[in-house]
Design a protein around this ligand. Structure first.
Ligand SMILES: C[S@@+](CC[C@H](N)C(=O)[O-])C[C@H]1O[C@@H](n2cnc3c(N)ncnc32)[C@H](O)[C@@H]1O
Length: 413
C-alpha cells in the first residue's frame, strides 16, 4: 500500500482546488493515486458526494470522464465554477466591471438598494441577515450580487458567484460578524468589524487570477442529486472515489453554506428542508426495513445504551450509508473498485468505528473488502471538525486521522 500521508505541496497542484474553502475536502493526491492506478484514459470515474469536486478535477486532468453528484446547492455552484475553462482576461474584465458598477450603486443608489433588500428577502431571511451582517455590509453584498446577476455569460457568472461566496465562507476574516464559517461552526463575534465586501472581492479576484490555473482537458458532469438514488445505469462506472459526511453530523454543511446561498436567492426555510436530505443530518426520520450487519448493529446497540438519541441518529446514519453503498455497488462495473474515505467519531466516549462498520456494510451488499488504510491528516491542509475526547471531557481535539476503505466488486450481480 502506498504512503497515504500526502503533504500539502500546493505548488504541484491545480490552483483551482483552492478557489473556495470546503470542509473535509480531499488532498488532490488522494483521488489522483487511485484514478491513476485503477483506471485508464477514457474510463468513467464517479464521486457521488462530490463536495468541492476534487475527484472530478483530478479525473479530468488525467483524461478520465467523470460524474459528480451532491445534495448541497453550494457544492453545485462551486463545482460548476471549478470545472470550466476560462479566458482569464475576459474574466478579469468582467470582474473589474462588476466591482466598479457595484461600488457606484453603493454610493449613488442607496435608497434603491435598501428597498431591494427589503423586498427580495422574506422575513425570516431578513432576520438572519440582520443577525450576521452589519447593514452596511448587506448593502455592499447586495450591490455586488445585483451586478453579478446581470452578467450574461453563464460560465463567467458562475465563476463570479464562486468569488462572491468565497469572501463569505472563511475561517476568520471575511465579511460577516461570524468566525469559523469555513469549519461550518458559525460563531457570532459581537465586536468583530467585518471587512469591506468590495475590498475582499477585489483581493480574491486578483489572487485567483494571479495564480493562474491549468486547463481541464476532459469534460466532467456535475448534478445536484441524492447519492441514495443515482441517475446512472447499472454497471456504467469504472471507479468510485468518495467521502461521505461523518457519523455524528460533525460537519453540518448547510449551517455554513446558507450564509452564501441566501444571497443567491434561497430562502432560509427551504434550505432547512434541503438539509434534512443530507446523509447523517440528525433528524430522526424512519429508516425503513434495512437490517444492518452484526458488528454495526452491536455498535449501535452499545451507543443506544449510553445515549438513546445518539444511538438512533447513528442507526439512521448506518442505514443511509447501507443504501448509498448498495447504490454504488449497482452502478460499478464488475472488476472495479470503490474507495470510501471516512474518519471515525467518538460519541459519548465510544469510538463508533465508522470505518469498520462501513467496510462491513460494503461486504454485506456484495463487495469484497480489499484493505482499510489509515492516513494522518495534514494539519494545515484539511479543514476538519473537532471530536470529543474518549473520556467524554468537554475539551475538544481535532481529528488527526482518517481511513481509506478499499472495496472491490468482483462479480456481475
Ligand atoms: C466530506 S464531503 C466531500 C468532500 C469531497 N471529497 C471534496 O474533496 O471536496 C461530503 C459531501 O457529501 C455531501 N452529501 C451529504 N448528503 C448527501 C446526499 N444525500 N447526496 C449527495 N451528497 C450528499 C455533502 O453535501 C458534502 O459535500
Amino acid at each position: 500500500m502506498s504512503n497515504l500521508n500526502f503533504g500539502s505541496d500546493k505548488k504541484t497542484q491545480n490552483p483551482r482546488h483552492y478557489w473556495h474553502s470546503f470542509p473535509a475536502k480531499f488532498p488532490p493526491d488522494l483521488p489522483r493515486l487511485f484514478i491513476e492506478n485503477l483506471t485508464s484514459p477514457g474510463q468513467v470515474v464517479l464521486d457521488p458526494m462530490a463536495g468541492s469536486c476534487t475527484t472530478l478535477i483530478e479525473a479530468s486532468m488525467m483524461n478520465r470522464l467523470s460524474y459528480g453528484f451532491d445534495i448541497d446547492p453550494l457544492s453545485f455552484i462551486i463545482g460548476n465554477a471549478k470545472l470550466h475553462n476560462y479566458d482569464l482576461s475576459e474574466v478579469k474584465t468582467e470582474g473589474y466591471k462588476i466591482l466598479t458598477l457595484s461600488q457606484f450603486d453603493f454610493e449613488f443608489k442607496r435608497e434603491e438598494l435598501t428597498n431591494d433588500l427589503n423586498s427580495r428577502f422574506d422575513k425570516e431571511t431578513l432576520l438572519f441577515l440582520d443577525y450576521w451582517w452589519l447593514k452596511e455590509t448587506q448593502i455592499e453584498l447586495l450591490s455586488l450580487i445585483r451586478q453579478i446577476e446581470k452578467v450574461t455569460d453563464e460560465k463567467i457568472r458562475n465563476f463570479l458567484k464562486l468569488v462572491f461566496s468565497s469572501i463569505i465562507i472563511t475561517k476568520s476574516g471575511g465579511v460577516t460578524r461570524s468566525r469559523d464559517l469555513a469549519h461550518t461552526r458559525p460563531h457570532r463575534v459581537e465586536d468583530k468589524l467585518p471587512n469591506s465586501a468590495f475590498t475582499e472581492f477585489g483581493k480574491k479576484l486578483i489572487r485567483i487570477l494571479d495564480n493562474g490555473y491549468r486547463n481541464l482537458p476532459t469534460k466532467s458532469i456535475l448534478q445536484i442529486g441524492n447519492t441514495k438514488s443515482l441517475p446512472l445505469k447499472d454497471r456504467s462506472v469504472d471507479l468510485i472515489v468518495t467521502s461521505p459526511p461523518y457519523a455524528n453530523n460533525a460537519i453540518d454543511y448547510m449551517r455554513a453554506h446558507k450564509f452564501s446561498l441566501v444571497w443567491f436567492g434561497d430562502h432560509i426555510d427551504n434550505l432547512k428542508n434541503t438539509r434534512k436530505q443530507y446523509i447523517g443530518a440528525e433528524t430522526l426520520i424512519q429508516t425503513g426495513k434495512t437490517e444492518l450487519p452484526k458488528y454495526s448493529q452491536k455498535i449501535v446497540r452499545t451507543l443506544s445504551e449510553l445515549n438513546p438519541n445518539k444511538g438512533k441518529a447513528l442507526h439512521r446514519y448506518y442505514c443511509e450509508m447501507y443504501d448509498v453503498i448498495k447504490e454504488m455497488h449497482r452502478v460499478l462495473r464488475p472488476q472495479s473498485a470503490c474507495i470510501i474515505v471516512v474518519a471515525t467519531s467518538i460519541l459519548n466516549g465510544l469510538d463508533v468505528n465508522t470505518h469498520q462498520c462501513l467496510a462491513e456494510i460494503g461486504q454485506s451488499v456484495g463487495f469484497d473488502l480489499v484493505h482499510i488504510g489509515e492516513r494522518t491528516i495534514h494539519r494545515d491542509s484539511r479543514m476538519l471538525p473537532t471530536s470529543h475526547l474518549k473520556n467524554g471531557s468537554q475539551i475538544e481535539a481535532r481529528m488527526h486521522n482518517e481511513f481509506i476503505i478499499g472495496l472491490w466488486k468482483e462479480s456481475n450481480q
